[in-house]
Design a protein around this ligand. Structure first.
Ligand SMILES: Cc1cc2nc3c(=O)[nH]c(=O)nc-3n(C[C@H](O)[C@H](O)[C@H](O)COP(=O)(O)O)c2cc1C
Length: 261
């Protein structure tokens, strides 16, 4: 892994991890994660918090076998009733997920597989805020074996571990000749978004390239049936796209434009 330290490398190997070793996140790793979270919270105007060693939050999912040894999480806290903040939460918390991936940690976004009320007891949520979602974080099961795997093995595991909508489905609003003529950065951006996590793997985001002004747009696909978490998943997909595209910046919102630099 040593030579694979870029965010695009993290995108290429990340998968949802549901089984963890019963080993705590040590203080040094926690400090490193906090150092990632602080600037993200500042830019994003969110309060993403690392909470360690609270297995009660995942008691049910651990007992049923859906999860194994889940005990630590990122509590994604932001302003109440704020759609743009929900999208930013997806974007910036996924940035933390990718940083954790590069440290050899496993992650899992959770909307349902946790006790949200119990989770809220261990973090700060002011009256003007809410706890949107969680991200389980920890050492993947058999983590020494996992860390001994080559980058290529992990890429192959990512590529084959789940189904994905096709490039054509992700760009359903485009004609084939428009796809063929789109620049390489657009194609790389969509390919990185195809590897993004989304609630129930619904992959609710569509991308188009507009040759007239050399921009990309990201839209929520209402047909994906992801009405609960679509804004979060839009933020996650935009981050992956931006990293895949190399350089550039999104405007927030459903239909927001990406300007490549
Ligand atoms: C907003 C959100 C909520 C999720 N909630 C859960 C959950 O409650 N339980 C679970 O097992 N997986 C959950 N997932 C993980 C998705 O099922 C997973 O990301 C998706 O199947 C794609 O697989 P991948 O992450 O391995 O690429 C969630 C993902 C997202 C983005």
């Amino acid at each position: 892994m040593a030579e694979h330290t870029q965010l695009i490398d993290a995108i290429n190997i990340r998968t949802a991890v549901r089984a963890y070793d019963n080993e705590p996140i040590d203080d040094d790793t926690a400090r490193q994660l906090e150092m990632t979270l602080q600037p993200l919270n500042l830019i994003a105007d969110l309060n993403i918090q690392l909470v360690r060693d609270q297995p009660k939050v995942f008691a049910e999912a651990n007992a049923s076998g859906h999860l194994t040894n889940a005990a630590n999480y990122l509590a994604i806290v932001g302003p109440k009733n704020d759609d743009e903040a929900k999208e930013r939460a997806g974007f910036y918390a996924e940035r933390a997920v990718l940083a954790a991936t590069l440290r050899g940690l496993g992650t899992l976004w959770v909307a349902g597989s946790w006790d949200r009320a119990e989770a809220a007891r261990h973090c700060r949520v002011t009256g003007a805020q809410e706890l949107y979602l969680g991200v389980v974080i920890g050492h993947p099961e058999n983590h020494l074996e996992y860390q001994a795997k080559s980058y290529e093995e992990l890429v192959e595991a990512q590529r084959t571990h789940r189904s994905t909508k096709t490039f054509e489905q992700f760009t359903a609003g485009m004609q084939q000749d428009e796809r063929d003529a789109a620049p390489a950065w657009f194609k790389s951006g969509v390919e990185a978004a195809m590897k993004a996590p989304s609630a129930m793997n619904r992959q609710p985001v569509l991308f188009t390239y507009n040759a007239a002004d050399d921009t990309a747009a990201a839209h929520i696909d209402p047909a994906a049936g992801d009405e609960h978490w679509a804004l979060n998943d839009l933020g996650i997909a935009k981050l992956h796209f931006q990293i895949g595209a190399g350089q550039g910046q999104w405007a927030w919102g459903d239909g927001g434009l990406f300007i490549h630099k």
